[in-house]
Every structure is written in C-alpha cells, then in structure tokens.
Design a protein around this ligand. Structure first.
Ligand SMILES: [Zn+2]
Length: 667
C-alpha cells in the first residue's frame, strides 16, 4: 500500500535508490545529458526525505510560501465565547511565489491586509468537514507579511469555553485550547501541519479577573498590563522563540494562580486546586533532572504544569514549557505522576523532534512512552517502572483485540497507518504509544541500554527543532544504530514492526513479580478465598489496577460486596483504581457503586475513562443502556468536543453498527 501511494517503506530505499540512479544514468546517456546535474536523483538524507513529504491533513504548500512566525493579538470575549483580533504571519517565500495557502476552519474572516494595512486579495476554498478550508492570500511582489483579521466561531473544535459551574472554583469562566491533532486551524489561521514549525508571540486581552497563560514564556507580563480605554480588561504578552509545530500553540484563560516547585518547575491551576496540585507534582524538578541525564539538556527554559478543569479530554497535553493536565491525576498521594513523566518526555520526543505527519504519530508517542518509563525508573525505581510496562502492555492487548474484532480496524495495528482521508482525531488507540515503546524496548534488548541511549541522544541532537517521518527515521536508524547491516535489519524485523499489522514475535514481553502477586491474589479470591486472608499490604496503585483487571466476570454479589467492604474501592480517590473498579462493577451489576459511577462520569470528561465505561454499560441491555443514556444526557454538555466524538457513537450507535467504536485510550 505504501509503495502504491508513492511512499516507499524505508527498508526498500537503498535498492530503490540504486535502481533510480542507474535508470537516470541510462536515460542521461541516451539523452546526452550530464547525469550528475543537480536534481537528477533525489537526496536520500533524512532531512531531504522529510522536506518532500506531503502532509495529507494540510492544504499548505510550504515549498512556495511558508509561515515562519505567528503574532497574535486577540481579545477573549467570554459573553460571545469568541476570540477576536488579528494573526500576523511572517512568511518565507520563493522569488516567484504568487500566494500563500493557509489552513482555516470555522473562522469568521473579515479582511486580510499586508503589514501596512493595505488590503490583500484572498479566497476561501470549498469546505471539507475534516480539513476545513484553504485560505489563499495573494502576495504582491515582495510581501512577506499577511495580517488576517478574524474571530473564532462556535463551530471550532480547539477552544472549550467553560461556564463558572464547570470549573473547580465555580465563580469565573475558563477557556482552554487543544490543538492536537488538526484543531489549531479553528482558532489560528496558519499552516496547520506539524512539519511547518513556527515561532510565535501573542498579546491576549482578558477580563481583569482572569489570567492568560500560553505554551511560551509566561513571565513577560506576570500581572498583565493595562488596556488603554478598557479598564475592565488587561493584556498578557507571550513569546515562543523556538520553532514549534502549530498544534503546540496553546492558550488557557481562567482564575489561574501559580506556585513554584523549584528553580525551573512550577504549577499553574485554578486557585481552588492550586495547593493540591503543587503537592501532587512536587517531584517535577527531579523528573526534569532525570530526563536530562538520559537524553541531553532540556531545551525549553521552564517546565510548568497547568492543571485544567475536569472536562479536559486527555490525561495531559505536552504544550511546550506548559503541560496541560487533567485534574484526575490529583490522587492526593502522588501516585499518578507518571503522567507528568510522559508529558515531560515529550519535551524531547514530540516537541523537539516532531512527527512530520499524523501517520508518523508513533514517533511522538512510542518514543515518549519508552522515555517516560525510563524517567519513572530513575525517580521511583525499577519495580514501579516494570509494573507500568506490564499495565501498558495489557492496555495494548485490549486495544489490539478490539481493532482485530469483526468490524474493527486491523489496519490501525500498524505503527505507520494510512490516514489519507481520515481525521487523525479518530485514530486514537494505544498502538502508536505502546507498540511504539515496545519497538524501542526490542532495540534496547538487542543493543543494550548504553548503545540505544547513545543513539537516542544523538537522534534528539541531530534533529532538534525539526520534524521527522517514519521513512526518514529508518534511514537514520540504519546509519547510526544498525550500521547498514541488512541481515541484522531483517533479523530485528524492523520493517515488520513499522509497517505490518499485529505484533512481531521478537517483542520482549514485560514482566513484574509484584503484578504476578496481585494476579495470584485475585485468582485466589475469585476461587472462593477469604478477602481478609489476601496479602495486599503496601500495594502500589498499579497492583490494585492489575488485581481488579484480573478478576473474572463471574464474581457473586457477595464477593463484590466483600471486596468493597475490605478495600473501599467505591470511595477510592485514585481515579485509575476507581475506573478499574467501576468497570468491574458495571460488569457485575453491583448496584452500590452506581451512584459513584454517575458522579465519576458527570464530574470529569477524560476520554480514557468515559468511553470504556459507557461502552461497558451499553453491553448490559437489560439495565445498562438506559443508565448510560440517562447519565450521558446529563454529562454530555459538559464534555469536550473530543470526548463527545468518542462517546456519541457508543451511546447512540448509528443503526446497524456494533456499539463499540474504535478504542479511545490515551495518556
Ligand atoms: Zn503523549
């Protein structure tokens, strides 16, 4: 399929390249041309391969005119729920570029001008429900700046405007953006492709009671500055001087406070949860130190975390310098901080070296899951890291099973899927995360840690602030780790790992004695053992999750009640444990947990928790369907667009379709 679509898998490149050179040389002889003339054969360096890769999810033609810098001047109107103002784009253009093509979706554009305010001609292409519209702006000779005057609309998917009732503080509204994957175009008119890195600056005007923060330098105007003529507003300024993929431009506005953790890390949160958040993430500084020891200097200055209101659809989003995080990790005992390790790891894999297209998503996520686990091992020890590896592998197996089931998507079990015509938001499985990490663990197993670490450090250094494709990665891997050993490449099944469905047989299966114990305890209990005789003292949260996941679907009502009485699962403050318990409770129709289920589903909107719980309810035809519909009716207005997209087909499946959609799992 890749060959047919013009994207040849990397392992065939060497052969293809040689054949291509020969063919060109023969043609040149026949035509009497000099075969060595520039451009006669394609450059096969990773950077050149990336440069000519097309992004199927963007209208941009960066070879002609590309955006280098975005300068935003936007006012947040919480009554109309819009951002309004200008985006001034600085361009690099070829000498004869006639226009620049931008990606826009659900934007209300009033005019486009050059830097002096002179109008520029522009056209909007046909609206595609996934891609949005191509905004083509004519460029009179020499113009390198275009200014788009616009406002966002309610049809956009990047911005979530929360009423005070949807926040932790309940008094003031909140706004946050989520750009990944192709949503930035619904709040910023720019070239919305991860390969088109852009620096940015911004002036954001907000009501005086609120604070704005961005994925940039947040210390330029810590208290904001006056807005002449508007005493009820203040403006915050931001600067990101390193080129980032547009999906990493992020904004949040709310009743936000800040607490430092150490010299370069700190926590932003709604003031109502600030102390709790600062306590939870106290180890952030240690994590940054551990990450630097592994793969080189942290290149972004500060590393802060912003804890968002509960409707945030993901666990975390790695916006540079400022990770956006779900409050569902505030367990009160620092047990769920692996999320921070994950988002921090993205400062290297994802933000420093970025997937060039969404088909290369595993380069962001697989590397990050591998790296996250190495950070956890450094900070919390090998036993904890082993437990997390096993849990991740368990999640992967669950997803693979769903994808391979009748009516599923076995093609999504490839690390490098074909996403042409598919919204990358809909391609959301554990495969790029966990299969990707297992690919690197296979390399670690073969080469040993010192060699793989040296390779990864070099990789982040070679491609810092660049984007990367799977094909280009293979060329680099071949040069710098495999040392062009074709036999070894075949033995390690590199091609099978990256381009084929399923899991190659040289996967290194993770194991954890601590989790084996938990599974044995679950088995003993399920076989009729007394809950009081189980040795669960000092269980870490992954052991509890594993313990619950290992329970069969045949427990009696008495067994469920005795588990709950002994361990208080229904009242757990750890959302991972609570989620595993609620899945079991739905399976067994354990009524005492249903109020907690309803509370859980109506007070947070993380896709990873919501989608599977609704799907489990919908499988209980006699009672669960009605309950799912009742709870969803109440909860849906408070959910983020992405969560609604994930749950809608589950609770209201289109006629004739199976109720389970593709798995929605993320960190
Ligand atoms: Zn991630």
């Amino acid at each position: 399929m890749h060959i047919a679509s013009g994207k040849r898998p990397g392992w065939r490149l060497a052969l293809g390249f040689l054949a291509g050179v020969l063919l060109i040389a023969m043609l040149a002889i026949i035509l009497g041309l000099n075969a060595c003339s520039p451009g006669s054969a394609q450059d096969q360096t990773p950077t050149a391969i990336v440069a000519r890769t097309l992004d199927d999810h963007s209208y941009a033609r960066p070879q002609e005119a590309r955006v280098r810098h975005v300068d935003l001047d936007l006012t947040a109107d919480f009554t109309a729920k819009v951002l309004k103002g200008t985006a001034s784009l600085t361009l690099d253009t070829t000498a004869n570029a006639k226009h620049v093509i931008l990606d826009v979706k659900a934007l209300d554009i009033s005019s486009v001008t050059d830097a002096s305010g002179a109008p520029l001609q522009y056209t909007l292409g046909a609206l595609d429900p996934m891609m949005g519209e191509a905004l083509t702006v004519e460029l009179p000779q020499g113009r390198q700046k275009v200014v788009i005057h616009y406002q966002t609309t309610g049809d956009g998917t990047a911005l979530q405007w929360l009423d005070p009732a949807q926040t932790a503080g309940k008094k003031l509204p909140f706004l946050f953006s989520q750009g990944e994957e192709i949503n930035t175009r619904t709040w910023i008119p720019t070239q919305d492709s991860p390969a088109i890195r852009q620096t940015y600056s911004a002036r954001i005007v907000v009501p005086t009671a609120l604070v704005a923060v961005m994925s940039a330098d947040n210390k330029l105007t810590p208290k904001g500055e006056a807005v002449p003529g508007h005493p009820n507003q203040r403006a915050f300024r931001f600067d990101m001087d390193k080129p980032v993929a547009p999906y990493l431009i992020a904004l949040a506005i709310g009743d936000i406070g800040f607490k430092a953790e150490d010299r370069r890390t700190g926590v932003y949160a709604e003031k109502a949860v600030l102390d709790k958040a600062a306590y939870e993430f106290a180890d952030m500084g240690k994590m940054v130190d551990a990450a630097e020891k592994l793969y080189g200097p942290y290149q972004w200055g500060r590393y802060d975390v912003l804890v968002l209101p509960p409707s945030f659809p993901y666990g975390g989003m790695e916006n540079p310098t400022l990770t956006f995080a779900t409050p569902t990790v505030l367990a009160g005992d620092r047990s769920l901080v692996s999320l921070v390790a994950h988002e921090l790891a993205h400062s290297w894999s994802g933000n420093l070296v970025t997937n060039a297209t969404w088909e290369d998503f595993w380069l962001n996520e697989g590397f990050t899951v591998y790296f996250e686990n190495r950070i956890m091992e450094q900070v919390y020890g090998p036993d904890r890291a082993a437990m997390l590896r096993v849990l991740g592998y368990q999640d992967l197996q669950t997803d693979m099973k769903t994808l391979n089931a009748p009516g599923g998507h076995p093609e999504y079990t490839r690390l490098h899927p074909d996403l042409k015509g598919i919204n990358p938001d809909d391609y959301f499985t554990d495969v790029p995360y966990e299969k990707g990490a297992n690919f690197l663990r296979m390399l670690e197993h073969h080469f040993g840690r010192p060699k793989l670490d040296a390779y990864l450090t070099g990789y982040f250094h070679r491609y810092a602030f660049q984007s990367m494709t799977t094909e280009a990665f293979v060329v680099d891997l071949r040069q710098n780790l495999l040392h062009n050993d074709d036999g070894l490449e075949k033995d390690l099944k590199i091609h099978e790992w990256l381009y084929d469905e399923g899991m190659p047989d040289n996967v290194v299966l993770p194991s954890s004695p601590a989790l084996d114990e938990a599974a044995a305890a679950a088995k003993a209990f399920a076989a009729g053992g007394d809950v009081k005789t189980l040795n669960t003292t000092d269980y870490a949260y992954p052991q509890w999750v594993y313990f619950l996941n290992a329970m069969p679907d045949t427990l009696t009502a008495d067994q469920m009640a005795s588990l709950d009485a002994q361990y208080g699962f229904t009242k757990s403050h750890n959302d991972e444990i609570l989620f595993a318990w609620l899945m079991l409770a739905v399976q067994h129709h354990y009524l005492p947990a249903m109020p907690a289920l309803e509370t859980f589903l109506t007070t947070q909107g993380r896709m990873k928790f919501c989608q599977p719980l609704y799907a489990a309810l919908m499988k209980q035809a006699d009672w669960g369907v009605a309950l799912a519909q009742k709870i969803y009716g109440e909860a849906r207005p408070g959910y983020h667009y992405l969560t609604r997209e994930a749950v809608d087909p589950v609770v209201n499946p289109p006629a004739g379709s199976a109720s389970a959609s593709s798995p929605a799992s993320a960190t």
